[in-house]
Design a protein around this ligand. Structure first.
Ligand code: FPP
Length: 247
C-alpha cells in the first residue's frame, strides 16, 4: 500500500477510541513458507519482520499494551529444529530491537513460564526486561511457553498459597483480585484480539482475559500482515458497539 493510502487509513483512526490492549495470535508462518516451497523456519523469519513492523506501528499510534503469542505450551510438540529456530529468532529480535524499544519507551514483559527456555534466551529476556523496566510508553507482552489454562491454574495455586498464608481470605477473591494473579497482572484485558491466517479459534490464548474482547479475523498469513492490516482491524474495532453484557 502506498504511503498516501496508509496515511489516509491512519487519519480515519479515532485516536480517542483506540483499543488499550491489542492481542495477536501470529499464525500462518508455516503455510506462508510452504506456499513458497521453503522450510517452515523461513516463515517464522518473515514473521519476525512483521513483529518489528507491528510493534513500531502500535507505538506510533499510542497503543498502551500489545500482546504477541510467540510460543504456546503446546508448541513444544514441534520438531526440534523448528523450536531451536524460534528460540534463535527470539534472541535475534531482542538483540536487534532492544535499542529501538528503549528509544520508543517500550517496556518488555513476558507472559508464561520461561523456565524451560534455553539459557541464552532467558539471559537475553532478563536483560531486555531489566533495561526496559522503567519505560512507561507501551507494554509489549511476548507470550512464551504460554497457555491460557496454565495461566489460570498457576493463578489458582498462587492465590491459594496466599489464602493459606493468611494474606487474603477466600471472601476477598473476586475478578479484580484474581486478575492480579495472572501473567497479565496490572494490565487491562485485551479490547481487540487479532487472528490472521483464516483460523477461527482461541488456541489456549488469554482464556480468562478475553471474556469481553472483540475478535478480528483475517485470511492473510502472519508474514503478510503489514501495518495496513493492523489499521484495518482497529478501524473495524472502532465501529463495534461494546455492551459488556448490558444493553
Ligand atoms: C504460528 O504459525 C506461529 C508461531 C508458532 C511462532 C510465531 C513466531 C514468530 C512470528 C517469530 C518470532 C517472534 C518473536 C516475538 C521474535 P504456524 O507455524 O503455526 O503456521 P501454520 O499454521 O501455517 O503452520
Amino acid at each position: 500500500m502506498s504511503q498516501v493510502n496508509l496515511n489516509s487509513q491512519i487519519n480515519q483512526i479515532d485516536i480517542d477510541n483506540l483499543p488499550r490492549h491489542i492481542a495477536i495470535i501470529m499464525d500462518g508462518n508455516g503455510r506462508w513458507a510452504k506456499k513458497r516451497l521453503l522450510p517452515r523456519n523461513f516463515g517464522h523469519q518473515e514473521g519476525m519482520k512483521r513483529v518489528v513492523e507491528i510493534v513500531e506501528a502500535s507505538t506510533e499510534l499510542g497503543i498502551k499494551h500489545l500482546t504477541l503469542y510467540a510460543f504456546s505450551t503446546e508448541n513444544w510438540k514441534r520438531p526440534k529444529n523448528e523450536i531451536e529456530g524460534l528460540m534463535k529468532l527470539l534472541i535475534t529480535y531482542i538483540r536487534n530491537e532492544l535499542d529501538k524499544l528503549i528509544k520508543n519507551n517500550v517496556r518488555l514483559n513476558i507472559l508464561g513460564d520461561v523456565t524451560p527456555l534455553p539459557d541464552l534466551a532467558k539471559l537475553e529476556i532478563r536483560r531486555a526486561i531489566d533495561e526496559t523496566k522503567d519505560n512507561n510508553g507501551m507494554v509489549l507482552n511476548i507470550a512464551l511457553n504460554y497457555g491460557g489454562r496454565d495461566d489460570i491454574i498457576n493463578g489458582v495455586k498462587t492465590i491459594l498459597k496466599d489464602v493459606e498464608l493468611g494474606n487474603i481470605s477466600i471472601e476477598d477473591i473476586d475478578n479484580n483480585l484474581f486478575s492480579e494473579y495472572l501473567y497479565t497482572k496490572g494490565q487491562p484485558d485485551p479490547d481487540l484480539l487479532i487472528r490472521p491466517s483464516g483460523e477461527l479459534r482461541i488456541s489456549n490464548f488469554l482464556l480468562y482475559q478475553t471474556a469481553y474482547t472483540e475478535y478480528w479475523f483475517s485470511d492473510v498469513l502472519w508474514p503478510d500482515f503489514k501495518k495496513e492490516k493492523l489499521y484495518e482491524a482497529i478501524l473495524d474495532f472502532q465501529k463495534r458497539n461494546r455492551r459488556f453484557g448490558g444493553i
